[in-house]
Design a protein around this ligand. Structure first.
Ligand code: FES
Length: 253
């Protein structure tokens, strides 16, 4: 069942709800303290804290909202406002893998919509829905994505935010079938494929296995081609004048 966010705030004071946060055990609380220690103001730790919550539960539950509020001395309404604004924070439990198909302009023109349609038909789910039992091996959450910043390699999709470039409906279907069998095909670029919760832990800033999380080429030949041509032809960009006056910043209160 999908949880609904229900939070209260009383005259600007932090008011915590009644959600049971015991799912976040001692280790998670120690990780939360580490995250908070990275910032001069504890509230600045909210974004990685929400990723930490997702690494535990596979989504941001009411308990996750409550946990963040407790740790950061925020109201649950404040945490909820952030968690519901960004699409990377999921409001329903995610599958083992999150498959994001880019259907923005460049990818759509080159077949992104066909890829999405093929995967949707195969999985029997639509946007933001999960095929299989969330969290179990082979379960997959499918989503449309806006531009994934890899237009030169379109059409692309991501699995747990790792790139699979130059896809077609056929290659995307093979990839998803492999994921359903419990396999983890190597991304085109970047590190080895983890799972959604593992990726969320990395987004919270924890790299438990540094070797596998940073290994792999991160730049594609296509992406570097412009810089390469400029280098070969001796093209340079005009330098910025260094005497441009910047607008004054407002006084900090
Ligand atoms: S439009 Fe798909 S990556 Fe930019």
């Amino acid at each position: 069942m999908t949880e609904q966010f229900e939070f209260t705030e009383n005259e600007g004071k932090v008011v915590h709800g009644t959600a049971d946060t015991s799912v976040f055990g001692e280790e998670v609380r120690a990780d939360a303290k580490q995250i908070v220690a990275r910032y001069p103001e504890s509230r600045s730790a909210l974004l990685p804290m929400l990723h930490l919550v997702q690494s535990v539960q596979g989504y941001v539950s009411t308990a996750g909202i409550e946990f963040c509020a407790e740790q950061l001395a925020l109201s649950t309404a404040e945490v909820s406002a952030v968690a519901t604004f960004y699409t990377m924070y999921k409001r329903k439990p995610c599958g083992q893998h999150l498959v994001s198909v880019c259907t923005n302009t460049m990818c759509a023109a080159l077949g992104g919509d066909s890829i999405y349609r093929k995967l949707s038909e195969h999985l029997g789910v639509g946007h933001d829905e999960t095929a299989g039992t969330p969290g179990e091996t082979g379960s997959i959450t499918l989503e449309h994505a806006e531009c994934l910043a890899a237009c030169d390699l379109a059409p692309v999709l991501q699995v747990n935010y790792e790139y699979y470039d130059n896809q077609s409906p056929e290659t995307a279907l093979e990839l998803v079938k492999a994921l359903q069998r419990g396999e983890k095909p190597a991304p085109t670029r970047g590190p080895e494929l983890s799972d959604f919760r593992g990726a969320e832990r990395q987004l919270a800033g924890f790299f438990d296995d540094l070797e596998s999380t940073v290994a792999g080429p991160s730049a594609a030949v296509e992406t570097l081609r412009g810089a390469q041509l400029a280098h070969e032809r001796g093209w340079t960009a005009p330098s910025m004048p260094d005497d441009v006056a910047l607008p004054p910043l407002p006084e900090k209160k």
